[in-house]
Design a protein around this ligand. Structure first.
Ligand SMILES: [Zn+2]
Length: 115
């Protein structure tokens, strides 16, 4: 099974990006022809599919293909990996904030006069 969804191109609105979702040996693959999608493998178009975020969909005609693509990804190993990545990013964000609070406390403590 293969689906193509046309999505908005933030860098060049006149040239939409094509995101292809296909299955092979029961595995799901997602390819995008935008710069990041081609070079890094990760891009905001793929992220929009994982998040069921229609804001990147090119137009109303693409909504059906988009929902079918989201359904193809649901429950797959890729979706689980994406969720793990999101959890890790949230944990990293929390850890960074905690480190900042501790550093601020340390900074204040170092300047406190000892009586
Ligand atoms: Zn992309």
């Amino acid at each position: 099974m293969q689906l193509t969804v046309l999505m908005k191109n933030r860098n060049n609105p006149d040239t939409p990006n094509a995101v292809n979702v296909f299955t092979d040996d029961s595995k799901v693959f997602i390819l995008c022809n935008c710069n990041n999608g081609r070079h890094d493998g990760y891009c905001y178009h793929k992220e929009a599919l994982f998040n069921d975020d229609v804001s990147c969909v090119l137009d109303r005609q693409q909504l059906g293909a988009f929902s079918n693509a989201v359904a193809m990804i649901a429950g797959t190993e890729l979706k689980a990996m994406y969720e793990s990545f999101q959890d890790a990013e949230a944990a990293a964000f929390d850890a960074k904030n905690r480190a900042k609070r501790i550093k601020d406390k340390l900074s204040r403590a170092m300047m406190t006069k000892i009586s």
